[in-house]
Ligand binder design. Structure first.
Ligand code: ADP
Ligand code: DP6
Ligand code: CO
Length: 354
């Protein structure tokens, strides 16, 4: 701005104060893996699920996201792993930021720079770490003071599973009330930490294919709810799984936790296989790992498998057995890569300010 602006006849408006033109924040969040799955929305717009779900946040593969307000920009600019986002992925971020802007009463567009350390769209929960990090960074950049519950609700609007990555360790995402107003449902659908007993778990992640899935989680669950005759029975069984899972976690019974997680995940994949036409994420390499997990159990190691919307397998086992499990899984899928995770922290702000 020119120094003599007060004496100059001006036709253009004065810019807002410098401080508000440079607001920015960055945040980090980790992926979470559901032990009782979220699969199916009762409200697409508000991202309200049909069922409660429960997960473990990982201590590996963080997403780091920076959000900087740019009042001069006409559009949001979003870069993922150094590549400008376009199409649906960019639209998803912009729609999310619109929500934040509306609540903050600030219309400025933003420059978003995000980096995943997990492959994007591979069934390794990049949308969970991605939108949890974005929720924390965007709320701070736009000046919204939100507690963890409100951040979880907000993250949910970007990706349902992101509601759980706001918290570390084990978290349950409440579906929210099925009756009442949309506002009641929105307010009642958030994640919170789950109390657990003595438990020292590891998740051995077998990455058999890091490529992006052909059908997004969002589209696949929509199709499953609409066409699969197995969807309702699975959703009903999932309610019991959640009750049993809470008890197993409370008493620190890792074998029971694994057993429930495995049956819940296989049931979810059964709903997809029964959809018309079928959605199949499981590959021959997935089945190879599942065979290996069975063999590990026969050999006395309490290892249990879960799979998300992709072919990759996560094997739950005691931390003391993780190295052995990882070695056996590596041997079974030599072309894959194997990572070992433990329970990690919730999403947090890294920096805030100008
Ligand atoms: P995943 O199994 O990786 O969670 P999804 O199909 O659920 O796969 O979601 C993948 C989509 O999530 C991406 O196509 C993109 O739209 C979004 N996404 C992933 N990572 C990020 C990120 N860091 N920031 C914003 N959006 C992201
Ligand atoms: C199989 O949270 O990725 O991983 O809400 O449409 O973004 P959107 O879907 P997303 O679905 C995750 C599905 C799952 C199970 C789970 O994480 O609970
Ligand atoms: Co996802």
């Amino acid at each position: 701005m020119r120094a003599d602006h007060r004496t100059t006849h001006r036709t253009t408006p004065v810019r807002p104060p410098e401080r508000s033109t440079t607001r920015g924040a960055s945040a980090v969040a980790h992926p979470n893996i559901a032990l009782v799955k979220y699969w199916g929305k009762r409200d697409e717009q508000l991202v309200l699920p049909w069922t409660d779900s429960l997960s473990m946040t990982l201590d590996i593969c963080p997403t780091t996201t920076g959000v900087r307000l740019d009042p001069d920009a006409e559009h949001d600019e979003v870069t993922l792993d150094g590549v400008p986002l376009a199409g649906e992925a960019r639209q998803r971020v912009t729609a999310f930021l619109d929500l934040v802007r509306e609540r903050a009463g600030v219309s400025a567009r933003a420059v978003v720079d995000t980096a995943n350390t997990v492959p994007t769209g591979a069934g390794l929960a990049s949308s969970a770490s991605g939108f949890a990090a974005l929720a924390v960074a965007a709320a701070a950049a736009y000046g919204l003071a939100l507690d963890a519950t409100a951040l979880s609700r907000l993250a949910r609007r970007g990706s349902g599973s992101a509601s759980r990555s706001v918290f570390g360790g084990f978290a349950v995402w409440h579906a929210g009330p099925a009756t009442g107003t949309a506002t009641d449902a929105d307010l009642g659908s958030y994640a919170e930490p789950v109390p657990v007993g003595e438990l020292d778990p590891a998740l051995v992640v077998a990455v058999v294919d890091a490529g992006p899935k052909a059908v997004s989680s969002r589209a696949a669950m929509r199709h499953t709810v609409a066409t699969s005759p197995l969807y309702r029975p699975w959703a009903a069984a999932s309610r019991d799984d959640l009750t049993d899972m809470r008890k197993a976690l409370h008493r620190g019974d890792l074998a029971a936790v694994g057993e429930i997680a495995e049956r819940n995940a296989l049931g979810m994949h059964a709903t997809m296989l029964a959809a018309r036409p079928a959605v199949r994420y499981l590959s021959s390499a997935t089945l190879t790992v599942l065979d290996t997990v069975l063999q590990l159990r026969r050999d006395g190691i309490p290892a249990y498998a879960t799979m998300d919307a992709g072919p990759n397998v996560k094997v739950l086992c005691p931390r003391a057995d993780a190295d052995r499990v990882a070695a056996v899984v590596r041997g079974a899928v030599p072309r894959g890569s194997v990572l070992v995770a433990g329970p990690g922290q919730g999403a947090r702000l890294l920096s805030e300010g100008g």
